[in-house]
Write a protein that binds this ligand. Structure first.
Ligand SMILES: Nc1nc2c(ncn2[C@@H]2O[C@H](COP(=O)(O)OP(=O)(O)OP(=O)(O)O)[C@@H](O)[C@H]2O)c(=O)[nH]1
Length: 764
């Protein structure tokens, strides 16, 4: 008798192949995988062992089928529920349902309760790990709601007794609520914010801090140290609140992906790859048309880049990726959505360059490969040669001692396609692919486009949870609410479970293939997250556009991309503007000349930066500074601003840059700013400036620059830095300080003192 394969025997014994591999190994048979063969005697022994029931894996046979059935039952119940009025109306419906149905529905109901801000109270919550992100966002809301509700009740209840108290009681004595055990704060909170958290009047907070040597007003932002000092003084613990970055959907995606609650079996997601003309399209078409249910067959209306095949009560999702590069690009964007790769190799052509490329892409993505040796009907077909050639890439069939599944097919004539599907299901069974349909959906974009009538249309693959029509969603850098959902047969559906590809509308922009999506609990948060992501993407894009800087000037000139160097000059007086302009225009290196596109007196403004951005210009400031807005705009758009106080240096710098000799070693780094609010004259020390640190910090050893109306009046070093009467090393933003500038006394109210340090920069 011939040898039998483990997976065939497992099928016969109605148990998972994995389980049987284990049993066989327990019997000392040294079995590698489900593709391994056993002798008839060994097979008989395994039959007996399994049938005698002495082995646990036999008991596991049930789960093999159950998940599929469950999934179908769930689908049915889901359809019914949709019909019965989607999410909100599910309540009445459940009462009339048979018991087992109710039980199956329970996790979903929990999910919905969660989404509906808990109408039934919070007793479900502790069991529910699903949609953790959503849960955590809403916990606060819920807590607040509960708190308010309680308070309302309490107020009502207490009203009468309070009246009574007031009637015959001594003068009211205000009693503070107890302090919290932990002060959960965020940096930058002011006395008023803290007063609320501590249940104390803000005057008390101000007083307390005053006693601790910190003088503040109630609206002033406080730093971490001060808040912690205050908490210590109250005798309670201080804990900095970790802000949830709602725009970090990758993190949420990972969280949703790794959620292990309510796991049920899900269909595998399969990508077909291979060399051009080896038969990928023929295979996908054949599978699609011969394995859609009769009911759906007539309804095929559109291609959505992904579809599902029904086979033996199972579903398999096929992705119709346009090529290997797209596959890897999607992966690079974080979308590792393929579970199994089917590698199509034509038996009459053998392993070709794109076959090898496909193998590398699949191996890099760590997805198992099933080899479909195609076109075996052709006269020149030589499947063995294909097998031989693939051995070089570590794809070795079981017969040859490896563990790769090989199926010989003819896509054109539909030969052995069932076997291929069987093998895909077998492989997916080995992988134990599961997902939780009862949580917020998360997944990836397969493809997206702009449709004239429907706006942004995206084909997405649900990877976790269930996606519903109406769900607030963030997709890549865009957001919206799922307005419509259509399956691959053009049918409108209301819910899509894991591994289902669907086309959705309702996004405000077109996302990109490979973008991830995450469903939010409320639209407002989705909007905030989406807008923040769009802004960050824009900033990144802006930074990427390379503007000319004196550092990259020489390289740009060498590439022949520059004929002129556009420069904007801003200086403190007209004389300097002209002197600088004339000298710069005289510089000529390698046929490239300076072109002064704008020159004026005054601080470097936002419009100067915008102009520089549009004209690819460098800004040179002589004795002037950029305004804060201009500075941050220049930083985000990568505009080179060079500040000088000696004309010669400015000219030399430009000339050196054009000659490729510029090697910046040190760069100035502004560390903070002090606004001068009061001036004291002391006969011994000279002028003392009392001021407020408005940004960053000022340190005792910093270099300083005195700026008056945007013009640098003096540059030098600090003579002293004090908080009240004490000399200090540094004073942070939000605090007052007293300072003197070494050898300089002409400080006036409203002057700005810029503190900076010189930082070494690596040569680019
Ligand atoms: N005889 C035979 N011909 C096949 C078989 N499968 C595909 N073909 C033919 O091979 C040619 C290429 O098939 P496609 O399915 O277009 O190949 P492909 O890999 O999708 O090609 P690209 O999309 O260009 O990468 C077509 O003429 C098919 O009819 C097969 O099993 N037997």
């Amino acid at each position: 008798m011939a040898k039998e394969r483990i997976y065939e025997l497992a099928k016969e014994l109605k148990m998972p192949s994995k389980g049987l591999v284990k049993v066989a190994n327990q019997q000392g048979m040294n079995i590698k995988s489900h593709m391994s063969s056993v002798t008839p005697a060994q097979a008989q022994k395994l039959r007996e062992v399994v049938k005698n029931g002495g082995q646990k894996p036999a008991a596991k046979a049930t789960p093999k089928q159950r998940p599929a059935k469950q999934a179908i039952a769930k689908k049915e119940s889901h359809k019914k529920r949709e019909h019965d009025n989607s999410r909100q109306g599910a309540k009445g419906n459940q009462q009339s349902q048979p018991k087992h149905r109710q039980e199956e529905e329970r996790p979903r109901e929990e999910h919905q309760n969660r989404r509906n801000e808990k109408k039934h109270g919070e007793n479900h919550r502790s069991q529910n790990n699903g949609g953790r992100f959503g849960g955590s966002l809403n916990n606060n809301d819920r807590r607040v709601k509960r708190f308010n509700k309680k308070n309302k009740k309490r107020n009502k209840h207490n009203k009468n007794s309070r009246l009574r108290e007031v009637a015959h009681k001594q003068p009211t004595q205000r009693k503070d609520k107890p302090l919290p055990d932990v002060l959960e704060y965020t940096e930058g909170m002011n006395a008023q914010d803290l007063a609320k958290l501590l249940h104390r009047p803000s005057a008390e907070i101000i007083k307390k801090l005053f006693m601790l040597g910190v003088m503040i007003n109630q609206n002033q932002s406080l730093d971490k140290d001060t808040i912690e000092l205050l908490a210590t003084d109250y005798g309670i613990e201080a804990k900095e609140k970790v802000e949830v970055d709602v725009s970090d959907i990758d993190k949420m995606f990972e969280e949703e992906q790794h959620n292990t609650a309510h796991l049920v079996k899900r269909p595998p997601v399969v990508t077909v790859m291979g060399h051009v003309d080896h038969g990928k399209t023929t295979l996908l078409d054949k599978l699609r048309h011969s394995h859609v249910t009769e009911h759906e067959a007539g309804g095929i209306t559109q291609e959505i880049g992904a579809y599902q095949v029904h086979y033996n009560d199972n579903l398999i999702t096929f992705l119709d990726t346009p090529g290997h590069a797209a596959f890897t690009e999607m992966r690079a964007r974080g979308a590792n959505i393929t579970d199994i790769t089917v590698l199509v190799v034509a038996a009459d052509d053998g392993v070709m360059p794109q076959t090898v490329e496909a193998i590398h892409h699949a191996q890099a993505a760590k997805t198992p490969i099933i080899v479909a040796v195609n076109k075996i009907d052709k006269p020149g077909a030589n499947p063995d040669r294909v097998t031989e050639e693939l051995a070089k890439y570590n794809l070795i069939p079981e017969d040859w001692g490896g563990d790769t599944i090989f199926v010989k097919i003819s896509a054109k004539f539909g030969k052995n396609l069932h076997e291929l599907l069987d093998m895909i299901l077998l492989q997916s069974e080995m992988m134990e692919l599961t997902a939780n349909p009862d949580q917020n959906a998360a997944g990836s974009v397969v493809e997206a486009r702009l449709d004239q009538g429907r706006g942004s249309v995206a084909t997405v693959l649900v990877q976790q949870g269930t996606l519903h029509v109406g769900d607030p969603i963030v997709v890549g850098n865009t957001f919206g609410r799922v307005r419509t959902m259509t399956n691959e047969n053009g049918r409108r559906i209301k819910a899509a479970t894991p591994a289902t590809p669907v086309e959705i509308t309702g996004l405000n922009e077109v996302p990109e293939a490979g973008d991830r999506f995450v469903v939010f609990d409320d639209e407002k948060t989705a909007r905030v997250a989406g807008e923040e992501r769009a802004k960050r993407a824009q900033d990144k894009e802006r930074q990427r556009t390379s503007h000319v800087t004196l550092d990259n000037l020489f390289a740009t000139m060498k590439k022949g991309e520059m004929k002129t160097l556009p420069i904007i000059i801003k200086a403190d007086v007209q004389g300097s503007v002209e002197a600088l302009s004339q000298s710069l225009q005289k510089i000529k290196v390698d046929g490239v000349r300076v072109d002064i596109i704008h020159q004026a007196v005054g601080a470097i403004s936002q419009s100067d930066v915008t102009l520089a951005e549009a004209s690819n210009a460098v800004i040179i400031g002589f004795n002037v500074r950029p305004t804060p807005v201009a500075k941050s705009l220049a930083d985000s758009s990568n505009i080179d601003i060079r500040l000088h106080r000696v004309i010669y240096n400015a000219i030399e710098e430009v000339e050196d840059a054009m000659k490729g000799m510029l090697e910046p070693v040190y760069e100035e780094e502004t560390i903070g700013e002090v606004e001068v609010r009061q001036i004291y004259k002391a006969s011994k020390v000279g002028t003392i400036a009392g001021g407020m640190v408005t940004s960053g910090k000022i340190t005792r050893d910093a270099k300083v620059r005195l700026v008056r109306d945007g013009v640098v009046v003096y540059e030098g070093e600090l003579g002293s830095l004090k908080r009240f009467k004490d000399d200090v090393k540094e004073v942070k933003s939000g605090f007052e300080c007293g300072l003197t500038i070494e050898n300089y006394n002409d400080i006036k109210e409203n002057d700005v003192i810029e503190a900076y340090q010189m930082k070494e920069v690596p040569v680019k």
